[in-house]
Design a protein around this ligand. Structure first.
Ligand SMILES: Nc1nc2c(ncn2[C@@H]2O[C@H](COP(=O)(O)OP(=O)(O)O)[C@@H](O)[C@H]2O)c(=O)[nH]1
Ligand SMILES: [Mg+2]
Length: 419
């Protein structure tokens, strides 16, 4: 099955906790603090790989987590950093933040790796907190916890040329005669459900042609498969518009030509503005040649007469594509602002009145404080109280109406409030 859109959850690794420990050795009492720092968490990255063409791997596997940093150890030994997790996606995959819709990365070229989420910092071990007036800190810092993020993956095929036209007009057959690609060919509609890429050689150049699933009426309004697949021609430089000149299956070649162009305009005017080469295929079955002039007239350009099954017009088409591509700029990656996931604001907090006499404080500042404080340790608790005062939490509590004797909850701990 071909899947070109998926949503997955990613989470970089948490930082490892700092270690609280004191140096011990035979005959040595009261050794100094020697707890090491926790390791940084692993990052989440994406890699573009050309041997993948669908996002089917992400249909069931939804959660991707990098390794957490290791906790710090005794004897100043730092915890190991967590392993990065690199997720392989097809070339051309665009990664977006689901919440804001912003582009995080355009996985444009084979082998490129983009790291999108940094791991959490490791916590400091107690050795770090030793200062002259505090020789024996009995506390260490916790590792930074990371958040999980939902991201959208979407394949936008990258090719030089896109083959477009109604189902069954011969697009896949054409790709198979101009390149080594072997797309499925059959005389029923929708044989091509995923874009097939073929490499075409002309003179000393090569270029990539994509066979896009057939467009159908109303594609640009979301009918059938068409709409979803039009995005696969957004990143082509040139379109080859294939028409069944013979009008087999009761098709009207002129009406087809007009209808397909209308679909392009309906989807995105930029698609309609892309240069087009018009190919009249199946001329081996053609009896009424007046259609050639009609198409020439309505398109205002020369058309290529072709029969993919008897291999006529093949060289002409290859040369025409080659000559046209020479004049056109290369496909470039999407333009987007550099993106980083928002880190929790370490200075913000909010006092919430839960019920009469009971308040709770939430926010990034509290989470950060929690990393730095061990509440059953006297030094640590003093530090905590000072922070609460210095950073305006006291004031905010008063403003919220806290009175002496009320209970205030911060994270897992409840305090009795006294001014
Ligand atoms: N007579 C004739 N039949 C063709 C020609 N090109 C393709 N076909 C046939 O048309 C049918 C549909 O072709 P296919 O390449 O699958 O069309 P697509 O849906 O546009 O990819 C197949 O049975 C092909 O063999 C051609 O030039 N002449
Ligand atoms: Mg096909």
């Amino acid at each position: 099955m071909f899947i070109d859109k998926a949503k997955i959850y990613i989470k970089s690794g948490d930082g490892g906790n700092g270690c609280t420990s004191f140096y011990t050795e035979k005959y040595v009492n009261n050794g100094g603090p020697d707890g090491g720092n926790g390791g940084v968490g692993g990052r989440i990255g994406f890699r573009a790989v050309k041997n993948k063409s669908t996002l089917i791997d992400f249909k069931y596997a939804k959660h991707f987590r990098a390794e957490n940093g290791e906790n710090g150890k005794t004897r100043y030994s730092a915890g190991k950093k967590g392993k990065d997790l690199i997720i392989d996606v097809p070339v051309g995959t665009v990664i977006r933040d689901d919440e804001s819709g912003k582009i995080i990365a355009d996985m444009f070229s084979d082998g490129m790796v983009v790291f999108v989420a940094e791991g959490g910092n490791g916590g400091k071990g107690n050795a770090f907190f030793k200062i002259s007036r505090r020789q024996a800190p009995h506390f260490s810092q916790s590792g930074e916890k990371t958040k999980e993020h939902l991201v959208t993956l979407e394949i936008k095929t990258i090719a030089d040329v896109g083959l477009i036209g109604y189902p069954n007009v011969g697009k896949s057959t054409i790709l198979s005669v101009i390149s080594a690609a072997r797309p499925k060919i059959a005389s029923y509609h929708f044989t091509t459900l995923s874009p097939n890429l073929g490499m075409v050689t002309a003179y000393d150049d090569t270029f990539v042609v994509a066979d896009i699933p057939g467009l159908i009426d109303g594609a640009s309004e979301g009918a059938g498969l068409g709409h979803d697949f039009l995005r696969h021609i957004e990143r082509t430089r040139l379109l080859v518009h294939v028409i069944d000149a013979s009008g087999s299956e009761g098709r009207d070649p002129v009406a087809d030509y007009v209808a397909i162009n209308k679909e392009l305009t309906g989807y995105d005017i930029a698609l309609a503005d892309k240069p087009q080469i018009v190919v009249l295929n199946k001329v081996d079955m053609l009896t009424d040649f007046s259609v050639v002039d009609k198409i020439k007239e309505i398109s205002g350009k020369d058309v290529i007469l072709m029969s993919a099954v008897i291999h006529s017009g093949v060289d002409e088409l290859i040369k025409a594509m080659w000559a046209e591509l020479k004049k056109l700029p290369e496909v470039t990656p999407l333009e987007y602002e550099p993106f980083t996931f928002e880190k929790p604001d370490k200075t913000s907090f909010e006092v919430v009145k839960i019920e009469e006499g009971y308040y709770e404080i939430f926010g990034g500042m509290m989470d950060e404080l929690a990393r730095n404080v061990v509440l059953d340790n006297y030094d640590s608790l003093k530090y905590f109280q000072k922070q609460i005062r210095d950073r305006g939490v006291d004031k905010a509590l008063k403003k919220a109406g806290v009175k002496d004797g009320d209970t205030v909850r911060i994270l897992d701990v409840e305090f009795d409030y006294f001014e």
